[in-house]
Design a binder for this molecule. Structure first.
Ligand SMILES: NC(=O)c1ccc[n+]([C@@H]2O[C@H](COP(=O)([O-])OP(=O)(O)OC[C@H]3O[C@@H](n4cnc5c(N)ncnc54)[C@H](OP(=O)(O)O)[C@@H]3O)[C@@H](O)[C@H]2O)c1
Length: 166
């Protein structure tokens, strides 16, 4: 079973603004799709509400303390961390990828073994920040600079980290 995090952050670890992403970076959305398709994605209720609909071609899990929170058909609503870990353990052939937001990253900090991070070298205004992680426990295993063009205006890079001894 692998528990991974996938997120994009700008300067000062900013990840969100008013329930949405602070930037428009289609190349990162493509990369996100490539990594997450056919896998299990786990998101907080606020991130799910901000997206408005589930991510296609993936198992969508929404975490909420509300047992009756309405989700779209096919979306799995779970109410605690233990239930997510049990689901991940029961589906070891798929990667369980925590996709945010900040509250949900915070809940899985001790379990995460792989990090997919997009770093955007630009400053935006916003209100939600990536929590501090145990970075010394991780080793960078992949790195790719992003292509800046008319549609992707900020310098950015994709990196993957693996927890050492995992
Ligand atoms: N840049 C990125 O990569 C990225 C990725 C994801 C999200 N974001 C951004 O981050 C922002 C949202 O993040 P957020 O931290 O405000 O919210 P969030 O983590 O998406 O969702 C928070 C909700 O999760 C539920 N929750 C929290 N702890 C729980 C627990 N222990 N058990 C069960 N449910 C629990 C609660 O739902 P209930 O209130 O229903 O109980 C809580 O309100 C948005 O702006 C979004 O666009 C950015």
């Amino acid at each position: 079973m692998t528990i991974a995090f996938m997120w994009a952050e700008a300067q000062d670890h900013l990840i969100g603004a008013k329930g949405q992403l602070p930037w428009h970076l289609p190349a990162d959305l493509q990369h996100f799709k490539q990594v997450t398709v056919d896998q299990i994605v786990v998101m907080g209720r606020k991130t799910y509400a901000g997206m408005g609909k589930p991510l296609p071609q993936r198992t969508n899990i929404v975490l909420s303390q509300q047992t009756d929170y309405p989700v779209a058909p096919g979306v799995i609503l779970l109410n605690n961390v233990a239930a997510v870990l049990a689901y991940a353990a029961a589906h070891p052939q798929q990667e369980t990828i925590i996709i945010g937001g900040a509250q949900i990253f915070n809940l899985f900090k001790d379990q995460v073994t792989r990090l997919y991070v997009t770093k955007i070298a630009a400053r935006f205004s916003g209100d939600t920040y990536m929590p501090e992680l145990d970075w010394p426990a991780f080793t960078r295993v992949a790195f790719q600079p992003g292509v800046v063009d008319a549609k992707n205006k900020y310098p950015y890079s994709f990196a993957t980290y693996q927890r050492t001894n995992e």
